[in-house]
Write a protein that binds this ligand. Structure first.
Ligand code: AHR
Length: 856
């Protein structure tokens, strides 16, 4: 095997470290600064020097700390200070407009605690902040420039939590010389200079090198397999499976996470065929970026003889403000809807057409409703009469005479006068389980086929939303469709709320999955395109906490409770038996977050101790939010923590023991979002990396209780997030190879883990990391399930000793996914095999094999 780049790097780091140890200085100069690269998203930088004159940058543009504030996420003019206890404080400006600055601390300049943002002045900004330590007090001064002339302000603080009132002071109050300008890599940089022990610099150097090393590991994939494994012969694997040391693992491990991104709900699984049926699309859905995105989107007035306006006077419901108004001078005009990329119809299928209408002028009359293909050929029609002066809902059924991919709906009022129309809907009768206002059967069935034990919804970022006014509020999504509150979708489109909490809970019930709703922890998404905006004001938090408690009563309360009664009135008297509640999603773990999270958590725990509340630990598997999120969990004793982990294939190869180190006495883990990224999009290689990870999750099924791949669905032409599990268009679904991995795990999960030791004929690390096994037993069926991953380009021949386990020799199913790493269209092949083939089996190159055997 070749000495590859990684080995070389490890060798170099080792050489450097030993050299440094022998010759290191006692102290050196450290320079803290930031640059304007990458629109100031580039975080806090360091350089070092032994003489304070010539500087070495620590990694080109290496970020030792990033800022999470707002949309800009900028660190501007950072000021570093070390206090008397040796703790580092970094203060920085956030933008040119607000009187707010940021503060964070670190003991080693590598690991940073949570950021806090303090508004110290309301009528000016806060630039070039400086801090000095005076006894137990800190004096902060800064420049405010909003008045057009530079003013100097000052506050004092003890703990960087409370600040004295800002006072304008004489410019002489600014300490001189706190910042200096030095040349780094030929560029002048302004920052703060510090004399530090060499160990501080050493720690920074190692952190930067470690990050380079880690990204090399993460970049490892099958692309270099031809050279990496050029001399590799088929590998023999001797496997011993034993019941000794077996352990109970979660029987909830495999679930799904449904979020309305990539047109997963509207235009996707929610079976409504009319786009913008409520005329509520608004410019703000896309922040005004698309002028054609408004209440007329997807609609068109065809033929002359009418004027078409969008009105909001006396709407059906205040949540649904806009409607269409047609003033008809003659009975020719037609209002047409193009659906979501056209309307897909099937010959012989029936469709409910419904609308609310109100005659504003004249007597009204007959409205002809037609389905037409691209050439205008009619493929279904029916008519209704609209004569009411008040809003009235009517429904008719249309039968399609043809199978058409891209039909349109035409509404043809055949009278003269003025008519208002809203909530114009075309819904297939064929929905999943035949539910009204239901789901597209093929997509819903594909999800059901995974046999998910739970379903997390409605997000993701969608749950906490792009700002305080965009949080997903469950009460706005139940009840009559015309009264639900649509809103901008954080993924830059529109959510109609047609697929709302009732439908989500109903779907969970229909597929036997535990519902796992996620509510915002009182703060919006930190990565919102609209920027993080603090939290719900504390004086509104009691109401918000009540909203969360009401959700549990709505789901579980008897019909005699206020919200249980509402559920019954919506057609579901039986409680939904909610057991899990997600609180927060990838939030920035700040004081603002913790205060609100704690309030909600304690209220839920007090009133509903039986509910498993799932906390949050940021968007990554490491870093400040991860550390701080876990700290909050430990402090409050939260039962479970939601972790997210989107990584390149190499991460999964090199982090197989990630959960082995988790403390079993602390919170359980819900791996709420994860996916392996391959350079060319989801393929066999990424699917095998996920299969590999799942063997590690099963082994750690005593601490990892639940896991769900993300995102689940993506509509072609509207995919803003890759990779996804199932791609689709209006007529087809295109499961990825990763989908089959999820399905194989979901359909072959167990509740008991049996240790299996593997010894390979080739003990090279790169080989060992690519062969994995997980053996579980399902106590209901008593089946033993063996999952084997081979990420090598050669066959692995296994010989397995099942020791004290008695296996039945009949009905043994073997399922194999195999192909080339870049293959995207692989499907599992199932065969029945003999016991001998279980004991001695061949794992094809790049394959995932599942064996299911009956036991006594
Ligand atoms: O799964 C897609 C997005 O990824 C989710 O909305 C969010 O939680 C994460 O950043």
């Amino acid at each position: 095997m070749k000495l590859n780049l990684l080995a070389l790097l490890i060798f170099c780091i080792g050489q450097f470290s030993s050299y440094a140890k022998a010759n290191e200085p006692d102290s050196a100069y450290l320079f803290a600064y930031t640059t304007n690269e990458y629109k100031r998203h580039n975080g806090l930088h360091f350089a070092w020097s032994t003489n304070g004159k010539s500087w070495q940058a620590l990694g080109p543009e290496y970020k030792y700390m990033r800022c999470a504030y707002g949309r800009e996420k900028s660190i501007i003019q950072p000021m570093l200070l070390r206090d008397k206890q040796g703790l580092w404080h970094c203060l920085w400006s956030l933008n040119n407009t607000e009187g707010t600055f940021a503060h964070a601390t670190s003991t080693d300049l590598v690991n940073w605690k949570r950021e806090s943002y303090s508004k110290v002045i309301s009528n000016d900004n806060c630039l070039k902040i400086e801090v000095t330590n005076n006894g137990d007090k800190y004096n902060l001064t800064w420049v405010g420039s909003l008045s057009g002339k530079e003013k100097i302000y000052r506050v004092t603080t003890h703990e960087f939590k409370e600040y004295s009132e800002a006072k304008e002071v004489h410019p002489g109050m600014r300490s001189d010389g706190l910042r200096s300008t030095v040349e780094i890599r030929g560029v002048k940089q302004t920052g703060t200079k510090h004399k530090v022990e060499w160990s501080v610099i050493d720690g920074l150097i190692k952190a930067q090198q470690m990050s380079v090393y880690k990204s090399l590991l993460q970049g490892e994939g099958s692309a270099e397999d031809a050279t990496r494994f050029a001399l590799l012969k088929p590998v023999e694997a001797r496997i011993d499976v034993t019941t000794t040391g077996s352990k109970t693992i979660s029987d909830m491990l495999i679930g799904v996470f449904f979020e309305d991104i990539n047109y997963s709900a509207d235009g996707g699984m929610y079976a409504e065929l009319i786009q913008n049926r409520d005329f509520e699309y608004t410019l703000s859905d896309k922040e005004g970026k698309d002028k054609n995105w408004n209440s007329r989107t997807a609609w068109k007035l065809k033929r002359e003889g009418a004027s078409w306006t969008i009105d909001s006077l006396a709407p059906i419901h205040p949540n649904n403000k806009h409607y269409s108004k047609l003033e008809l001078e003659n009975p020719r005009a037609v209002l047409a809807n193009e659906g979501f990329d056209g309307i897909a119809l099937k010959e012989g299928d029936k469709y409910y057409f419904s609308l609310f209408s109100r005659v504003l002028k004249g007597k009204g009359g007959r409205i002809l409703v037609r389905l037409v293909d691209k050439d205008g050929k009619v493929c279904g029609e029916a008519a209704l009469n609209s004569t009411s002066a008040d809003w009235k809902k009517q429904e008719i059924v249309l039968t399609s005479t043809q199978t058409v991919g891209e039909a349109q709906l035409e509404i043809h009022p055949q009278f003269v006068g003025t008519i208002a129309m809203d909530m114009i809907s075309l819904f297939p009768q064929k929905t999943f389980k035949g539910r009204r206002n239901g789901l597209r059967p093929d997509l819903a069935q594909a999800i059901a086929d995974i046999k998910p034990r739970f379903m997390r919804f409605p997000g993701g970022c969608l749950a906490h939303g792009g700002g305080l006014d965009n949080m997903y509020r469950w009460k706005n999504t139940i009840g009559p469709l015309e009264a639900r509150k649509p809103q901008p979708n954080i993924a830059d489109y529109h959510q109609s709320a047609g697929l709302g909490y009732l439908e989500y809970f109903q779907f969970c019930e229909d597929i036997g999955a535990e519902p796992l709703p996620v509510v915002a922890a009182g703060v919006p998404c930190q990565n919102s395109p609209r920027g993080q905006q603090g939290g719900i004001p504390m004086n509104q938090m009691d109401d918000y906490v009540q909203e969360v408690l009401d959700l549990i009563e709505w789901a579980n309360g008897s019909v005699n409770t206020k919200w249980g009664k509402i559920r019954a009135e919506l057609g579901h008297p039986k409680p939904f038996n909610l057991k899990y509640l997600g609180l927060g999603n990838e939030d920035q773990i700040s004081d603002v977050f913790e205060e609100r999270f704690t309030m909600i958590y304690k209220a839920v725990k007090a009133k509903y101790p039986e509910i498993t509340v799932i906390g949050t630990s940021g968007p990554n598997s490491e870093g400040t939010d991860y550390q701080e999120g876990w700290q909050v969990a430990n402090k409050l004793g939260i039962p479970m923590v939601d972790e997210h982990n989107y990584q390149a294939v190499g991460w999964f190869l090199h982090n197989q023991h990630y959960y082995d180190r988790y403390d079993r006495s602390k919170s359980k883990v819900y791996l709420g979002e994860y996916a392996a990224r391959a350079a060319q999009g989801p393929n066999l290689e990424s699917a095998l990396a996920e299969a590999l990870h799942l063997t590690n999750l099963e082994r750690n099924g005593d601490v990892v209780s639940m896991a769900s791949y993300a995102p689940l669905l993506a509509k072609e032409g509207h995919t803003t997030w890759n990779p996804d599990l199932i791609y689709f268009n209006n007529t087809e679904i295109k499961p990825t190879v990763g989908y089959y991995v999820q399905k194989l795990y979901g359909q072959n999960s167990g509740d008991q883990y049996l240790p299996a030791s593997v010894s390979l004929s080739n003990n090279h690390d790169a080989v060992k990391k690519r062969v994995a096994i997980s053996v579980v037993r399902d106590s209901k069926s008593k089946d033993l399930i063996i999952k084997l991953v081979n990420l090598l380009p050669v066959v692995v021949k296994t010989t397995t000793d099942f020791q004290n386990i008695t296996l039945f020799g009949t009905n043994i199913m073997k399922t194999v996914l195999q192909g080339q790493p870049k293959d995207k269209k692989i499907m599992p092949v199932v065969t029945e095999v003999s016991l001998a083939e279980v004991q001695s089996t061949e794992l094809p190159p790049y394959s995932f094999t599942v064996l299911r055997v009956k036991t006594k």
